[in-house]
Design a binder for this molecule. Sequence first.
Ligand code: FAD
Length: 512
Amino acid sequence: MTNAPKTRRIAVIGGGTSGLAAAYTLARARQAGAPVEELLVEAGPWLGGVVRTETVDGFVIEAGPDSFLAEKPQAAAMARELGLGDDLMGSNDHARRTYILHRGRLLPLPDGLMFLVPTRLWPMVTTPLLPLSTKLAAALELFSSPPKSDRGDESVASFVQRHYGEAMVENIADPLLSGVYGGDSAALSVRSVLPRFWEMERKYGSLTRATLKSMRQRRAAEQANNNSGANSAGTGIAPPRKLPLFMTLKGGLQQMTERLAAQLDKYHVFMRSPVQALEFSPGGPAGAADSCSRRFLITCAGGKVFDADAVVLAVPANQAGGLLSSLDHRLSELLEGIPYSSSMTVSLGFGENARAKLPAGFGFLIPRKEQRRMLACTFVHAKFDHRAPEGKAMLRCFLGGARDPQVLALHDDEVVAIVRKELREIMNFTAEPLFYRVHRWYASMAQYPVGHSGRITAIEQRLQDLPGLYLAGNAYSGIGISDCLRTGKTAAEKALEYLGVGSSQKAEGNRH
Ligand SMILES: Cc1cc2nc3c(=O)[nH]c(=O)nc-3n(C[C@H](O)[C@H](O)[C@H](O)COP(=O)(O)OP(=O)(O)OC[C@H]3O[C@@H](n4cnc5c(N)ncnc54)[C@H](O)[C@@H]3O)c2cc1C
């Protein structure tokens, strides 16, 4: 008679997107027969972290993230895996137009601008958004050669300035980064925030040449696919489709976090349980015969204690640092040194007639020099279908970030008054909102300052001395939803492998 393998417990601390992805990966392994149980410990009263959707009279309001970049595949793949494939929808890219506030006027970003890289001549020549010096710099950039020696890391501002000049930083790079990261282009690392551009420079020198080349290659691949007609017929491989820029779910992103949570063993999910300490159980690690036999002790506020054979720490890095102070002081310091920005979203719903008063497009970004408190405003009803009832409009304004953390201290009424005043002054938009929602997200958006990649290497080195402990979240290798799903899944897979209880790939293989 063979003994059944001992069931190992893996605890996930933090129930945001990263923690849910980790716990879900463990649940899938358990469902496939791996001797493992997942335990999820979350401080707050809900799962999903900053992902929260509310529906009000047919308006779908995203309190935190509203979509994910389609070119990063994990989020759409996870939605399909969870049975939400029919709810996936792309942004209305045919109507895509983003404005920048420039000297008090909304000017469209020039067509053909691929994030920061101009790829079309005429719109670049004619845009009033950039001075002649930037246009000349952009033309000369085409002839840049790769750097002769490794330049190391630098800020996004200095990188963009070297390639396209100061106005590109002020009028385009900085507002884009404040709108996406709540960050400051003079502080953020180009290597960690824009790794593709950093690589392009190393390989080609010119970002414009590199981008044009990759566009040509993509078009050629699409053409080759079209020419092969039914092409993939018989190969089982679908031809590549042109992806929308953003994707989301019809009912909001909370659909995904709810589906992830639904797969978990509900008897092993503990909410309202802020973890206060993470230690080895007495006797370990020195007392443990081997590292796999030592256990972690997880102490929550109120005295609840859990034990586990491995731990995925999926809380913000500054929180993770605090929890690890007794296990590894240096690791704790490294984690606590990752800065976070705080931000705020203000969603306003409007009745019929409001749409007609808005410029066509997805919304606008506001450079620092315009001295406004809003960082960006999205015309949600235009960016995605199914977000507002037929004919009605919804605006989502983004405030705070590294530029203006103080705004989070204002009362909701004061914030809404500021937003409405700025909407009136910028667009002459005076419609009366049907409702508003204000959401504050304190220290929730990790910032990757210059030197971030070196810090991550140091963190990884320290973790090698703490086998059984894994990190997931937006502080390490990308802040988007897809990045968080990836880090959560990878951390859980490593924990399964460490305990020798099968990986999720094996689990998947067993299911089918
Ligand atoms: C306003 C806003 C808009 C965004 N927009 C987008 C977007 O459009 N597209 C996109 O891709 N990304 C966007 N992001 C980024 C993305 O949403 C986040 O990076 C991601 O959701 C973070 O997930 P997470 O699980 O790592 O962290 P979180 O969601 O912060 O979850 C961490 C969890 O840990 C819990 N926790 C903390 N401390 C403890 C403790 N001691 N014990 C137990 N639990 C603890 C918290 O309660 C929380 O539930 C946005 C972020 C914000 C804030």
